[in-house]
Design a binder for this molecule. Structure first.
Ligand code: ADP
Ligand code: MG
Length: 150
């Protein structure tokens, strides 16, 4: 899959949400969005916009005590995962992440870097999008993401 990257400098939480919203509007069934970036980077903020773009009206909270939160009511079902508490790729796989790599809907995964680069089994024709958020200052974020027609 040929892909190019884009960079956005976000100046506010709302701007980061807006980018997420565009992803939510463009995402097709089976799309997996891998989010990386340190604590407080804005991953969950991005997911709030993503949910809105899919038409989900429920407020998004990070799945801190469960592997996944599921949101219905949008154009496609949204599966929101957070791998923060899982230390190794082995722990992540045994937690049952596999089914969310071919989601019946859209999956967004915070701390995707915890799974390790080689572990993402991507099938042809499937949307797999990486989004990396870097903290530049209190309100500025550098967001580097794969283009997928958003
Ligand atoms: N440009 C920005 N984009 C996203 N979040 C921002 C931005 N500027 C400040 N913030 C703040 O950073 C925090 C990001 O938190 P959160 O989305 O929970 O991060 P993460 O899920 O990556 O740990 C929020 O408190 C948000 O208000
Ligand atoms: Mg988070």
């Amino acid at each position: 899959m040929a892909s190019s990257m884009s960079i956005l400098i976000s100046h506010s939480p709302a701007e980061t949400e807006c980018l997420g919203e565009k992803f939510g509007q463009a995402a097709g069934r089976g799309c997996v969005i891998a989010l990386s970036g340190e604590l407080g980077a804005g991953k969950t903020q991005f997911v709030r916009g993503l949910a809105r773009g899919l038409g989900v009206t429920t407020r998004v909270h990070s799945p801190t005590f469960t592997l996944v939160n599921e949101y219905d009511g949008g154009r496609l079902k949204l599966f929101h995962l957070d791998l923060y508490r899982l230390e190794t790729p082995e722990q992540i796989l045994s937690a049952g992440i596999e089914e969310f790599l071919s989601p019946d809907g859209v999956a967004v995964i915070e701390w995707a870097e915890r799974l390790g680069d080689g572990r993402w089994k991507m099938e042809d024709g499937k949307q797999f999008v990486r989004v990396k958020i870097e903290i530049l200052s209190e309100t500025e974020r550098k967001i580097i993401y794969d283009d997928f027609g958003a």
